[in-house]
Design a protein around this ligand. Sequence first.
Ligand SMILES: Cc1cc2nc3c(=O)[nH]c(=O)nc-3n(C[C@H](O)[C@H](O)[C@H](O)COP(=O)(O)OP(=O)(O)OC[C@H]3O[C@@H](n4cnc5c(N)ncnc54)[C@H](O)[C@@H]3O)c2cc1C
Length: 446
Amino acid sequence: MSETAGAAPIETQILVAGAGSTGLAAALAFARAGWRVTLAGRPPAPLPGRTVALFEASVRFLESIGALEAVKAAACPIETIRMIDDTDQLLPVPDLVMRAEEIDLPAFGYNVSNDELTAILQERARAESIEIVEAEIADYDFEGDLVAARLADGRRIEAQFVIAADGRASRARNAAGIDTKEWTYPQIALTALLRHELPHDNISTEYHTRSGPFTLVPLPACGEAENRSSLVWLMSPRDARRRLAKPRAELEYELEDHAHGKLGTMTIESDIGEFRMGGMQVSRLTAGRLALVGETCHVFPPIGAQGLNLSLRDVADLEDCLASVDLRNERELSRALLRYELQRRADIGFRTHGVDLLNRSLIIPYLPIDLIRGAGFVAMTALGPLRRAVMREGVAPHLARPRLMRGEEPREPRLRGKRPRPGAELVGAAREALALLRPGRRGAGR
Ligand SMILES: Cc1cc2nc3c(=O)[nH]c(=O)nc-3n(C[C@H](O)[C@H](O)[C@H](O)COP(=O)(O)OP(=O)(O)OC[C@H]3O[C@@H](n4cnc5c(N)ncnc54)[C@H](O)[C@@H]3O)c2cc1C
């Protein structure tokens, strides 16, 4: 038996399982709202050549967890999104160009390296009062009014509630008995960071090809390299193998070709990442004292940069639903979780099916589907109000407007950002002391 196995359990209110970007974001959101949070999981492995585009609602979320300035300093704004039908379909389809200024935003969002994003969130988490346990969770016991998690090193964590952010093969989800439906696409995504000759002008370009999208997303300058972008390129597994076996210079020519020479000559500056494409849906988002967030409850191909944006909406919505709940009160908790379940279903379903439909419409050459997709491009190009509605829905969906995405601050006990009135510190301290004595949600001993 290991030395830690006999030690007293770690007691907490909220256990966040999984320290990837969603888990870190969840730990920060709940800790800043005053909950006692333990984050369990090993730091995520580096993701070669991977970046993530985070849109307006996520930008507000990052602001509310105090991470926006650091992310902005490492990221490039995306001011324009251009979609180009490159399928050689029968009828010519206009390029669809969407500008953030059309919906009164300086940018749709920011593109940042995954590794830099997790490093920033880790640093923020260390600065908050979050207990970080760098170990995997081996199993769970959901009996009774506490959840017991046994760590791989033998330690135990007892929590009133578990937020499962342990990825697509979630052990927490399996232990809670939540079913999944999984499928695969005959596609691999290759990712890389690129340097190029010509400026990107903060434009993200998605070329829709018969093997899936070929997407270039702007990155900030780095040292000598003025012009940089990240690549997400979907293709068949056979093409991926062929391309990965090529000398770099040949692959770079092929990249220039796919980008129609718009960014000039290209150099691959990172390792090349390789990700198998699949999809997943879950039967439920909650069970007893557990809620799923991030890739534990939705997986789909990286088209339209939706995955982590959706995950942050899960987190912000859950924080909203649990805000005034006493976790020991089963009735209150189950009502809050029902609300979470209902609120998230539509948003998650809409994104999963939307991405699936667009992806299949590209890889299955079928004239009527080509015509419908083409008509969509024509309508969006011609009709300003439709285009603006789609843009707004893409960056800040109206169905999911949790408080942390409306630019509001955690309710209590913090007074961040507000100019303290004379004596406010004393009043704040008294409120915090009272909150600790109250048998409500913030008591440390619960
Ligand atoms: C090529 C590509 C490009 C993408 N681009 C974008 C984009 O531009 N915009 C966007 O919004 N999304 C994008 N996505 C999606 C986004 O990257 C993912 O949705 C996001 O990274 C998922 O994060 P997560 O934290 O939910 O899961 P993960 O990153 O999988 O994290 C799960 C964590 O849980 C840990 N874990 C697993 N088991 C246990 C256990 N038993 N105990 C403790 N910890 C455990 C793992 O070690 C891991 O650290 C992209 C995805 C791909 C593949």
